[in-house]
Design a protein around this ligand. Structure first.
Ligand code: HEM
Length: 394
C-alpha cells in the first residue's frame, strides 16, 4: 500500500501546496461532480482553465458584488425571517450564499420565484453531497445515482437555458460570470459539455457551501465571544473591520476542509528535509497548521478577533490553501486582509463579513428554547440546526 505522509507545520504545508509534483486528490471519491473541475485539474490543463477564470475573479468583480449586488440580496433574503422573529442559520446560510454563487457561476433564475430558488437550492445540496461523498455516512452508490440524475435534471432546467441566453446576447452584454467566461473560451479550452456542466455545478457548491458554513460558524463564535465580552456587542453590528477579523479567525479555526490532500507524481523533498516517496498520499493537517502556538500564540486553539499574526502568515492561516489551487474566491468571500491603515470606503471586507454583520444588525441571538445541533449525516463537524432569534430584544 502507498505511504501516507502527514504534514502539520505551516512551512511544510505551504511548500507542499506549491509543489508541482503533488497532485490534488481530495475529491477522488467525489468524481461524480468533481471530475476535471478546476480544483481537480493539474499542470497545463489547470493553468489554462485558471487563466481564463482569473479574468472574472478581479477586484472590479468583487467590488460589484460586495458594494452593489450582495447587500440588496442579503437584505431581501433575511427580511422575512426578521418579521418572523426567528430563523435556522444553517439553511439561511445556504440560501444566502446560493444567491451569490448563482450570480458568480452564471446560473439564471428567469422566473425569480421562491419555488424556482427552492429547486436550485435542492440541486446545489445534491452537488455538495456529491463533492463530499468521501465523508458520507450513507450508502454511497445509491447517493451517486441520485446525484448523477440531479446533474442532468439541473442541466435541463437551469444550465441549458442559461447557456442559450448567453449565446443569444451580444458579447458586450453578456453577464460577468463563470459560465459566460467558459463559453467564450470553449474552443480554446476544448471543454466538453459534460465537463462544463460539472465546472458550473462545482462553482455553485464551492462558493456557496464554504461561505455558508463560515457564516454559521462565525455567528456561533461571535455569540460566544460577545457572551464573554459584552462590550463588543455593538461592534458586531456596526464595525465591519471587527466582523472581518471575526470571520478570519473563524476560517482559521474551522477550515472548510480540515485536511488538504495530494498524491505524489514523483519523489518530493520539502525544504524542511521531509521526504515524500512517489505514489504517496500527502495529508495536510490544516487544523494543526492553523492552531500552531508558535505562529498563533499559546491560546491558538481559542477564538480571539484581536489576535496578532507574524509577518507572512495570513490571519486565516492556510484555510484558503496556497500555490496553484489557492482559492480563487478568497477575496470575494473574506475580503482583503487589512493592513495597518484601512480606508473603509475602498476596503473589501468580503461577502461573509457583510452577511454576518447584517445578522448582528438584525439582532441575532441564541434561542434559549432550541439549542443548536450537529449534523449527524456526515463525519465532518457541521452544524445541522442552529435556531436563533431575530428582531426586537424580547
Ligand atoms: C470561506 C470561504 C471559502 C473557503 C474557506 C475556501 C477554501 C478553499 C480551499 C482550501 C481551496 C483549495 C483546495 C485545495 O487546493 O485542496 C479552494 C479552492 C477553490 N475555491 Fe474556495 N473557499 C471559499 C470560498 C470560495 C468562493 C466564494 C468561491 C467562488 C466564488 C470559491 C471557489 C474556489 C475555486 C474555484 C477553487 C479552485 C481553485 C483552483 O483549483 O485553482 N471558493 N477554496
Amino acid at each position: 500500500m502507498a505511504a501516507t505522509v502527514v504534514l502539520s507545520t505551516f512551512a511544510d504545508a505551504k511548500d507542499a501546496y506549491r509543489s508541482r509534483d503533488l497532485r490534488q486528490s481530495l475529491y477522488d471519491e467525489g468524481e461524480i461532480v468533481m471530475a476535471d473541475t478546476l480544483v481537480n485539474l493539474h499542470g497545463d490543463e489547470h493553468r489554462a482553465r485558471r487563466r481564463v477564470e482569473n479574468r472574472l475573479f478581479r477586484r472590479e468583480t468583487f467590488e460589484l458584488y460586495e458594494r452593489e449586488l450582495f447587500p440588496a440580496v442579503t437584505a431581501a433574503t433575511v427580511a422575512p425571517y426578521v418579521v418572523a422573529g426567528r430563523v435556522d442559520l444553517v439553511p439561511l446560510g445556504h440560501e444566502l450564499m446560493l444567491n451569490l454563487a448563482a450570480l458568480t457561476a452564471g446560473v439564471d433564475r428567469p422566473d425569480g420565484t421562491a419555488a424556482e430558488t427552492a429547486r436550485l437550492y435542492a440541486y446545489m445540496m445534491r452537488f455538495i453531497e456529491g463533492a463530499t461523498l468521501a465523508h458520507s455516512t450513507q450508502d454511497r452508490d445509491a447517493q451517486r445515482a441520485v446525484i448523477a440524475q440531479a446533474l442532468l435534471d439541473w442541466d435541463a432546467e437551469f444550465l441549458a437555458p442559461s447557456i442559450e441566453r448567453r449565446r443569444a446576447l451580444d458579447p458586450d452584454d453578456r453577464p460577468r460570470d463563470v459560465l459566460a467566461c467558459l463559453l467564450e473560451h470553449e474552443a480554446e479550452l476544448g471543454i466538453t459539455h459534460a465537463a462544463l456542466r460539472r465546472e458550473v455545478a462545482f462553482f455553485l457548491l464551492a462558493a456557496a457551501h464554504t461561505s455558508a458554513t463560515a457564516f454559521v460558524r462565525a455567528i456561533d463564535h461571535m455569540l460566544g465571544w460577545i457572551g464573554d465580552h459584552p462590550e463588543d456587542a455593538d461592534r458586531a453590528a456596526t464595525d465591519a473591520l471587527f466582523v472581518q477579523r471575526c470571520v478570519h479567525e473563524t476560517v482559521r479555526l474551522n477550515p472548510s476542509s480540515p485536511t488538504g490532500r495530494r498524491r505524489a507524481l514523483a519523489p518530493v523533498r520539502l525544504r524542511s528535509g521531509t521526504e515524500i516517496p512517489e505514489g504517496a498520499t500527502v495529508v495536510i493537517d490544516l487544523l494543526a497548521v492553523n492552531r500552531d502556538p508558535e505562529l498563533f500564540g499559546p491560546d491558538a486553539a481559542g477564538f480571539d478577533p484581536g489576535r496578532a499574526v507574524p509577518p507572512g502568515v495570513a490571519p486565516f492561516g492556510l484555510s484558503f490553501a496556497a500555490g496553484m489551487h489557492v482559492c480563487i474566491g478568497q477575496d470575494l468571500a473574506a475580503g482583503v486582509v487589512p493592513g495597518s491603515a484601512v480606508d473603509p470606503a475602498t476596503h473589501l471586507f468580503g461577502l461573509v463579513t457583510g452577511a454576518v454583520q447584517h445578522l448582528f444588525a438584525a439582532g441575532v441571538r441564541r434561542d434559549p428554547e432550541h439549542a443548536p445541533e450537529r449534523d449527524a449525516n456526515t463525519a465532518r463537524p457541521y452544524w445541522g440546526r442552529y435556531p436563533v432569534l431575530l428582531g426586537g430584544s424580547t
